[in-house]
Ligand binder design. Structure first.
Ligand code: GAL
Length: 525
């Protein structure tokens, strides 16, 4: 990151930390908020990954992930280059700020101190670093004391959500029947255990005590009865609210009612809250969402917190201590174009996902009729590879056998639920993809030194797609077994340097490569 205005950084623990000159790069290792009234807004927040999220902090991807985080933020700011020569000076061990200066650090700092103080006073241009959730210290696990503390989402959530198919046309019968359908189709046994009610479940007014009230016409038994039923089936119940005055469909939102509503949800024994962003007070999500996070933490019930601010404020960069998942994109539509676009957008944030907090490219459209079965297979494959929440968005009471087969592919689900918890990403695409031959290679590490590989042909014609080991982080010459996750077959013989496959238009092929001996990965980027 680079400051191009005079800047003053403060931390909740040490007060004044540093001043930054124009042109200086700073690396922030904690959640920071920037206020800059007369200079352009420059900095985003970088969250320090919690220490307990092993896969996010350790292993061969850690360094690359950190690099990507920097690159990502840098690329958002005009004219920013990595300094050729780095001079680093740690200025506050505990407060997680380093200055990385390209030139003139010593003199710059002296001049900067005076200039920035004057600027801060006269022009009100300052960077104020403050911990999310009110400046709390950290607990032993490396999360802020007021950070998300529910122990959930060690793997991406799986389940069903009402919105993509039913929109506002929901009632308790749909929810009761869907829960049963998840069980009798076998989907529940495969891990789809959240039954999530989206918008339109509440009356348009709170009651005399300010409580949210289930819509009498459509949810006459109340949410607690639904929760009891769903729990009785071994499943979990999710509900929906909004970090604004109203939800997107204009039922009451939770802004200003966070504690009361979190208590209500806990009293109904709800297990999951999707929290939308409509009709808000225009304050930044970074300050609004932690309020509900804190209320959920204080509710006495572990409630999965699914943040839905549509990627507006780059939540991947700051939401890991706040939510268990965060939407990275606008709403998905049931089209190939929308699905592929959303996959690409979500891919940008890959390095920020990990156990406890996942990028959410929105719910699945598999089975809703707008794409071919092959396209849905790609949709499901890439969502699994990206460690996206696998929330079914179709009517599971009435789906076809083919759709059920896609959603039930255990080998693909296992990729999504892999204990390493590293989001796979696009590692290669054809250089002239915009001319129509858009072929891509996506891959990512799995536990046990395995690698998942998706050869994805986004064009209409068939193409051969080749993935070399160097593209996907495997040392050249490594013999691997190749398992086809859709044909459920293991190839005869071993591949040692690359695989090449003919892939039909708008289809993909998905494999797991398992080295014959223990093989540390090499960086593929
Ligand atoms: C949108 C959200 C959708 C759905 C809808 C309900 O903001 O992205 O997933 O929840 O609101 O009104």
């Amino acid at each position: 990151m680079k400051a191009d205005g005079w800047a003053l950084a403060t931390s909740p623990r040490n007060g004044l930390l540093a001043v930054f000159l124009p042109g200086f790069r700073i690396r922030a290792r904690g959640p920071f908020r920037l206020h800059c009234s007369n200079a352009r807004r420059l900095l985003a927040r970088i969250k320090r990954a919690p220490d307990d999220d092993g896969a996010r902090r350790r292993g061969p991807v850690a360094g690359r992930q950190r690099g990507r985080a920097e690159d990502l933020i840098c690329s958002r700011l005009r004219g920013i280059k990595r300094p050729r020569q780095r001079q680093r000076r740690r200025i506050a061990n505990e407060d997680e700020v380093e200055i990385v200066s390209a030139r003139g650090a010593a003199m710059g700092r002296r001049v900067g101190i005076v200039a920035a103080l004057v600027c801060a006073l006269l022009w009100g241009c300052c960077i104020e670093a403050q911990a999310l959730g009110g400046g709390a210290g950290e607990d032993g696990a490396g999360r802020g004391r007021l950070g998300l503390d529910n122990g959930l989402a060690r793997t991406p959530p799986m389940g069903w959500n009402s919105w993509n198919f039913f929109n506002c046309f929901i009632d308790e019968t749909v929810i009761f029947e869907t829960a049963s359908a998840l069980v009798f189709t076998g989907l529940a046994d495969l891990g789809y255990n959240y039954v999530n009610i989206d918008d339109c479940w509440a009356e348009l007014e709170r009651d005399a005590h300010g409580n949210l009230v289930p819509r009498a016409a459509t949810f006459p038994s109340g949410i607690k009865a639904l929760a009891d039923h769903v729990h009785g089936l071994g499943l979990k119940l999710g509900i929906y609210s909004d970090a604004g005055f109203l939800t997107c469909q204009k039922q009451p939102g939770s802004l200003g009612y966070e504690i009361q509503d979190a208590r209500t949800f806990a009293s109904w024994e709800v297990d999951y809250l999707k929290y939308d962003n409509c009709y808000n007070d225009k304050s930044r999500p970074e300050s609004r969402y932690p309020v509900m996070r804190n209320a959920l933490n204080a509710s006495g019930r572990a409630i999965f917190f699914s943040m839905c601010e549509w990627g507006k404020d780059d939540p991947a960069t700051w939401a890991a201590p706040v939510g268990n998942s965060w939407r990275t994109t606008e709403d998905i539509r049931d089209t190939w174009r929308s699905m592929t676009k959303i996959a690409d957008e979500n891919d940008r944030w890959a390095s920020f996902a990990g156990p406890g907090g996942w990028n959410d490219p929105d719910m699945l459209e598999v089975g809703n009729g707008g794409m071919s079965l092959d396209e849905y297979r790609s949709h499901f494959s890439v969502w699994a590879l990206m460690k996206a929440p696998l929330l079914i968005g179709c009517d599971v009471r009435n789906m076809s056998a083919e759709v059920l087969a896609i959603l039930s592919n255990k080998e693909v689900i296992d990729v999504n639920q892999d204990s390493l918890g590293v989001q796979g990403r696009r590692v290669l695409r054809s250089p002239v993809w915009w001319l129509g031959n858009n072929v891509q290679v996506w891959s990512g590490p799995l536990s046990g030194d395995r690698t998942v590989l998706l050869l994805w042909n986004r064009s209409k014609k068939a193409f051969n797609i080749k993935a070399s080991w160097s593209d996907i982080g495997l040392p050249s010459g490594t013999p691997v077994t190749v398992r086809d996750l859709w044909k459920h077959e293991t190839w005869d013989g071993n591949s040692v340097d690359e695989i090449e496959v003919k892939v039909q238009g708008h289809t993909s092929q998905m494999f797991i490569l398992t080295p014959l001996s223990r093989t540390p990965r090499v960086s593929s980027s």
